[in-house]
Write a protein that binds this ligand. Structure first.
Ligand code: C2E
Ligand code: CA
Ligand code: CA
Length: 407
């Protein structure tokens, strides 16, 4: 922290009084400090602190007067930490951290007040952290979601759905995209957009991501067997969505290899979907992706044309597929500019020799328009919504005329 200054106090010298304005906090370098409150029956000690300990931060954080006094019980050398230095950190902290700090200071004040008055009731020394009620509610809800999400794996509440990816010329299924859902007892079926962000902000995405890899490999192993039983030896693939943190996990590659081996899959059957955001996460991420691709895992660039879209990303890493975002597909027939951009992305991919997968195809007209632009692959409600494993296998067999449509 900047603006460090040393202050010296003699034994029994008061450092600050209850009710003073808190302009700084302290770190004890040498000596002993007692924190106390005055009550009708005399001084009540709250804490005895020694070298390395920190005090006086609460009124700096919440801007209210000191809720206790501090006295040097031995000669002290203290480092002062300025209020700006603390408040700038608190103000720029994650909302959850701000809420925790606020709750902590509120509770400490309340306890000090109760000790002083020998009562346990809420203090009216409300801290002023400029956190509005709506923001606090949002933060609390996020923490609740995070706590429930932590339990979702042990409670076996995740489900993996599979959405067919088809060759749009003959509608043959070439692979599936694995899409996670959270079947929460409390919340019902929760879509990934509502919890992947929270999982990414914590390290939860690592075990969740591993579960996705394990489940997808197991599913593809079963599909392979099912197809082989009908003498269909097709190189089906499953696409897995990856978050940046997963690629920074030192065990990512080995874990992936273990699971393809366990289910007798070849690397080319597991496609790794990444967004351009992931490509911006630095060297470790790119190095892992490179290692995966060298081993034989295809890489698909997801949501192409949105967010951090930059053609420069296409020079950073070789990709095996480009997935054009559903926003383009949805609007290409309503808006000429979108149509032109879609056309350009498809011809760019063609020039680079990279197949295009168009996402979010809902209407026949969009499908034919994409076909006219020489887009090869597609995915969308027109062909199928994401479905559970059993239905995905049925879809495959129906396509192969191995199963009647009525099933
Ligand atoms: P995404 O990778 O872009 O996945 C495609 C999303 O489009 C899926 O939403 C899919 O259900 C939806 N979709 C497919 N066809 C159509 C269509 O015709 N119309 C419309 N309107 N939507 C269609 P979903 O399953 O809700 O997934 C949302 C996002 O959550 C995914 O977007 C992906 O970014 C993320 N996600 C899903 N599963 C995982 C996972 O296992 N790991 C990670 N890290 N992210 C995941
Ligand atoms: Ca995807
Ligand atoms: Ca996508």
């Amino acid at each position: 922290m900047h603006q460090k200054r040393k202050k010296y106090f003699k034994q029994n010298e008061i450092i600050f009084h209850e009710g003073d304005i808190g302009d700084c906090a302290y770190i004890i370098e040498k000596g002993q400090v007692e924190i106390y409150v005055k009550s009708s029956s005399g001084d009540i000690q709250l804490a005895q602190l020694g070298p390395g300990e920190f005090f006086g931060e609460i009124s700096v954080i919440d801007g209210s007067p000191r809720s206790a006094s501090a006295v040097a019980t031995q000669a002290c050398e203290l480092i002062t930490v300025s209020s700006e230095s603390i408040s700038e950190r608190v103000d720029s902290a994650d909302p959850i951290v701000r809420m925790l700090v606020s709750t902590h200071s509120k509770r400490t004040r309340s306890t000090n007040h109760a000790v002083k008055n020998k009562e346990v009731k809420n203090s009216d020394h409300s801290p002023n952290l400029n956190i509005d009620v709506a923001e606090t509610q949002k933060v609390i809800e996020k923490m609740r979601l995070e706590m429930e999400l932590k339990q979702a794996l042990p409670l076996n509440e995740f489900r993996l759905f599979f959405q067919p990816i088809v060759n749009i010329n003959d509608r043959d299924i070439v692979g599936f995209e694995a899409l996670i859902r959270w079947n929460s007892k409390k919340r019902g079926m929760v879509p990934p957009n509502l919890f992947i962000g929270v999982a990414e902000e914590t390290s939860l995405i690592i075990p969740i991501g591993k579960w996705v890899i394990e489940t997808a490999c197991k599913a593809l192993g079963s599909m392979n067997k099912e197809m082989a039983a009908f003498n269909e030896h097709k190189d089906l693939f499953i696409s897995i969505n990856l978050s940046g943190q997963q690629l920074k996990d030192p065990d990512f590659f080995d874990h992936l290899i273990r699971h393809i081996k366990k289910h007798q899959l070849s690397a080319k059957q597991i496609k790794l979907e990444i967004t351009e955001r992931v490509l911006m996460e630095g060297h470790t991420t790119l190095a892992t992706l490179d290692k995966c691709r060298t081993y034989g895992f295809p890489i698909a660039l997801d949501d192409f044309g949105t967010g951090y879209s930059s053609l420069n990303h296409l020079t950073q890493i070789c990709v095996d597929d480009i997935k054009i975002d559903k926003q383009f597909v949805k609007r290409m027939l309503e808006d000429t500019r979108t149509y032109i951009i879609t056309q350009s992305i498809i011809s760019l991919a063609r020039e680079l020799g990279v197949p295009i997968i168009a996402e979010g195809i809902e209407e026949e007209e969009n499908c034919s328009a994409l076909q006219d632009l020489n887009c090869e692959y597609g995915q969308g409600y027109l062909f199928s919504r994401p479905v559970p494993f059993e239905n995905a296998t049925k879809l495959l067999l129906i396509k192969k005329n191995k199963l009647k449509l009525t099933s």
